[in-house]
Design a protein around this ligand. Structure first.
Ligand code: ADP
Ligand code: MG
Ligand code: MG
Length: 871
């Protein structure tokens, strides 16, 4: 399909009204147009639309009519500036700049000083009397044009420049004299000619057309493609091209160029923050040509330009109502703004800025809440390497779980579990498996050589809220020798190591950490969020410690308390094994009777950590063989037989969950009894009855829940007569979602167990998928997201919706929540909000994220939005 050019307008002057906004003009183009309309000092110019780029990319040729439109726009710019494009007396020079609708900083190309030629250069020298500036500009043009338009190797130019500096014995380019720059231009032209077999184009209009075309093509350069892939930016949208009258920061002493933020992007403090260079142009500041000066020195040297600059910052903030990141240039003391966009900032700065802008009346509280990216909160709440400390990074890996940790290196999970009791350890492994869980739990931080964000180590670490750097390619482990090398540095077992899971850094030795434990700004934002959200937020917590932590983060109850963890304790596991090995029911009950006090004590402690708040307790879920040792570790023949008889080919789909509870009812009976007694004990002791919700896992058939409800009611009546509680089920099998109506008849609540629901709906086991074909799927783009991290809304989500609708059709007051890991994922939380869940439940560390994401979901549904400025 080709786009017909007839009637399509491709060019808009900065002071025109363009109908298509950012999509049409790109972020840079729309920013230049808006700043022009605000009356800010922006050089004249115009933007070629993204449509033109798409037309070029589709047809492979310069869009029909664009040449004429360019000629007209250049003519208008000539009238505005009083200069002539291509003239040798008073030449108009322009920059040709890329800019897509979604910011892709530095990924595409721009060309400055376009319109210069031998004749124009001489004319400009006559007019300005500043040959230094003119030949400095000309050499820049030849290099940029050569590289961007014609693919000349940039190193050739860099080498020529270095050679010129060496001959002269100077270190910085500004120290070259006008004559030397003129000679350098000759050398550059030679390089150009030798590389291409033709001379540097002397016609300004030829230059312009070729430059526009080259900028279109820079959309397809490899780094731009990779950047789009990494950031989910569609390949089809194309870039706009802005043509801007040149203003010269390289025109001498009272000229400069710089970049600045309207507030400090590190701390959020309301003070402009930036850097600049006198007598410089374009990217010199960021490229580190010379050491740039802080903005304050501009105030001292050019107070009038600085005052104007401050005014411009104010205008921009008033208009965009956000911190801006701007490019500016000063030519002979006169300020120009060349670009503006919403500034990237640290989490701490984002919070402070949002709050202060509410105080300043710039934004509403709703907008403030919408502006904080939930994922960023991780960085506020975890320890970090002291930003003032100088550290040497030995290697970097994938930042898999945020925060920083310091500890002694260990290579084995058992060793980690042992040493971790008395000291901080960092577990360093090729990768981890579920067998390492105790080591992961005991470690302060985790470093793996293999795997990514979805690797076992990463997922577990995030769940536990501990720092993890995964996939560190520069890590080699020689476990038997008790040594590893990290980026070539040798580290022995027991030596100190620092991992920074917020950015993937690995540092040999103990880096100083600081812990931003309380952040009052965060507390304020979350308090506002709590008022906007309608979804409840609970935590998944199995222990009193977790429960207390969850309360501290603002959880409004426990959505999932897994009781199997209580079976693993040192004094308990032998009793559990005795119960499993029992010959008959009597023996089994005897063992269960001994387990009951442990469970009861655990429940009491958890109830007391959640006074007045709901606690959802899930009865035993995993298959029994998980509690037995491996067959070759069996100590008796009886044990070996039992291990054999319990073995299942596919335990995930075997005798687990309520199937277990129906086959050996005395197990669930003991658990319900422990719950009943704990409820009663806490009610008697504290005067507040715990709000208990007893949850039966893996129900597929209504009849399963029917029978278990009868059991539950009978035992609760015996142990805690008259006390109120809820009895419900997890919905984690597709059949349960489909038959939710029948199941709801026996349920006071549903909790969507979306981990298992994802596995069963997709027919894949997480352990077998992640790190294997699922990783491939994500890399090849078969899937966009890992369905265990972000709910598969179309598939699994439809089952959830069906479950909610059918359940509530039968029982309108049915309480419905979600307790899979998705309960802490912002996108999935928005889905839960939309389908009318009552609450989400997630790991304690994710609770603040969930509170914020739930508020954002509610606000977005009400139609409040927040859009970023500029590009
Ligand atoms: P990027 O998208 O990589 O930032 P830009 O198009 O913004 O590229 O331009 C590169 C550099 O050149 C920036 O520092 C910018 O401020 C500067 N620049 C662009 N156009 C002009 C101009 N007309 N006059 C002076 N400097 C300019
Ligand atoms: Mg720029
Ligand atoms: Mg489950």
């Amino acid at each position: 399909m080709t786009v017909t050019a007839i009637g399509t307008r491709y060019v808009y002057d900065f002071d025109d009204e363009a109908p298509g906004g950012r999509e049409q003009l790109g972020g840079k183009g729309i920013g230049l147009a808006e700043m022009t309309h605000m009356g800010l000092p922006v050089p004249g110019g115009f933007t070629v639309t993204t449509e033109a780029c798409r037309a070029q990319l589709e047809s492979g040729s310069f869009p029909d009519g664009l040449s004429e439109e360019l000629d007209d726009a250049v003519h208008r710019l000539e009238l505005k500036t009083g200069k002539r494009f291509g003239s040798s007396d008073n030449p108009l020079l322009v920059s040709v700049r890329s800019g897509a609708a979604i910011s892709m900083p530095g990924m595409m190309d721009s060309i400055l000083d376009l319109g210069l030629s031998d004749a124009a250069a001489e004319g400009l020298v006559r007019k300005t009397g500043n040959a230094h500036f003119v030949y400095d500009s000309y050499r820049r043009l030849i290099q940029m044009y050569g590289e961007v338009v014609d693919g000349v190797d940039g190193r050739l130019f860099e080498e020529a420049l270095s050679a010129a500096k060496q001959v002269r014995g100077v270190t910085v380019d500004t120290d070259l004299s006008a004559d030397e720059l003129r000679l350098l231009v000759e050398t550059y032209k030679q390089i150009y000619t030798e590389s291409l077999g033709r001379g540097f184009p002397q016609d300004a209009r030829t230059q312009l057309r070729a430059a526009v075309e080259a900028v279109f093509h820079s959309w397809q350069n490899p780094r731009a493609r990779v950047y789009r892939q990494l950031n989910d930016i569609p390949d089809t949208i194309g870039t706009a091209v802005s043509i801007v009258q040149m203003v010269f920061g390289n025109a001498g002493e009272r000229s400069a160029t710089g970049v600045a933020f309207s507030r400090d992007p590190g701390t959020g403090e309301k003070v402009p923050h930036g850097e600049f260079l006198f007598d410089a142009q374009g990217e010199d500041v960021v490229a580190g040509i010379r050491a740039p000066q802080p903005l304050e020195e501009l105030e001292a040297s050019l107070p009038e330009a600085y005052a104007e600059f401050q005014k411009a910052m104010d205008t921009l903030e008033q208009h965009y109502r956000d911190v801006q990141d701007v490019e500016f240039t000063i030519e002979h003391g006169k300020l120009y703004i060349l670009q503006t966009r919403s500034a990237k900032r640290t989490a701490a700065a984002a919070l402070r800025i949002a709050l202060e802008m509410v105080e300043e009346g710039l934004i509403s509280r709703e907008e403030a809440v919408l502006r904080i990216e939930p994922g960023m909160l991780d960085h506020v709440l975890h320890p970090m390497i002291d930003p003032n400390a100088a550290v040497t990074v030995a290697a970097t890996g994938i930042p898999a779980s945020p925060g920083a940790a310091v500890g002694a290196v260990v290579f084995d999970a058992d060793v980690a579990a042992e040493r971790g009791k008395n000291e901080s350890v960092i577990l360093v492994r090729f990768d981890t498996t579920p067998d390492d869980i105790h080591g992961l739990a005991a470690a302060e931080g985790i470093l793996t050589a293999h795997g990514g964000m979805a690797s076992h180590a990463a997922v577990v670490a995030r769940g536990m809220g501990k720092p993890c750097v995964a996939g560190c390619g520069a890590l080699r482990i020689d476990e038997s020798a008790g040594v590893c090398t990290i980026g070539g540095v040798q580290v022995r077992e027991g030596e100190q190591l620092t991992v920074d899971g917020s950015n993937g850094r690995v540092i040999v030795g103990a880096a100083p950490l600081v812990t931003p434990t309380t952040n009052p700004d965060l507390d304020t934002i979350l308090a506002w969020a709590d008022r906007f959200r309608t979804l409840g937020v609970r935590a998944n917590a199995d222990t009193p410690v977790d429960a207390e932590r969850a309360r501290g983060f603002g959880a409004e109850g426990i959505g999932l308390c897994r009781t199997e963890h209580m079976f693993f304790g040192e004094e308990r596991l032998p009793v559990v094994q005795e119960m499993i090995l029992a010959e008959d029911e009597t023996a089994r009950r005897a063992a269960l009777d001994r387990l009951l006090p442990f469970q009861q004590a655990d429940f009491e402690a958890i109830f007391e950590a959640m006074p007045g708040l709901p606690v959802t307790i899930r009865l035993l879920d995993p298959p029994l063989h998980e509690f037995l040792p491996a067959e070759n570790e069996a100590t008796t023949e009886r044990m070996r037989e039992r291990i054999n008889s319990l073995r299942e080919v596919n335990p995930m789909l075997g005798t687990r969950g309520c199937r277990l509870g129906l086959q050996w009812p005395e197990i669930y009976e003991m658990q319900v009894r422990a719950i009943g007694r704990a409820t009663k004990a806490v009610a008697d002791r504290t005067g507040e009855t715990p709000k208990v919700e007893i949850m039966h896992p893996l129900v597929a058939f209504a009849e399963e829940l029917h029978r278990l409800r009868v059991l539950t009611e009978r035992v609760m009546e015996e142990e805690a007569p008259g006390l109120e509680y809820l009895c419900g089920t997890m919905i984690e099998l597709p059949r349960a979602a489909l038959r939710a109506g029948e199941i709801a008849a026996y349920a006071d609540f549903f909790s969507f167990g979306t981990n298992d629901l994802t596995q069963t709906a997709l027919g894949l086991s997480r352990d077998d998928a992640e790190g294997k074909f699922l990783t491939g799927y994500l890399e090849q783009g078969v899937l966009e997201h890992n369905p265990f991290e972000t709910l598969d809304q179309e598939g699994v989500g439809e089952l959830v919706e069906i479950g909610v609708t059918r359940g509530r059709a039968v029982k309108p007051g049915l309480e419905v929540g979600i307790c899979g890991e998705h309960g802490g994922d912002p996108q999935s939380i928005a889905f839960c909000n939309r389908v009318g869940l009552d609450y989400v439940s997630c790991s304690p560390f994710r609770v603040p994220v969930a509170r914020l994401a739930a508020a954002q979901a509610a606000l977005v549904e009400k139609g409040t939005s927040y859009e970023q400025a500029g590009g």
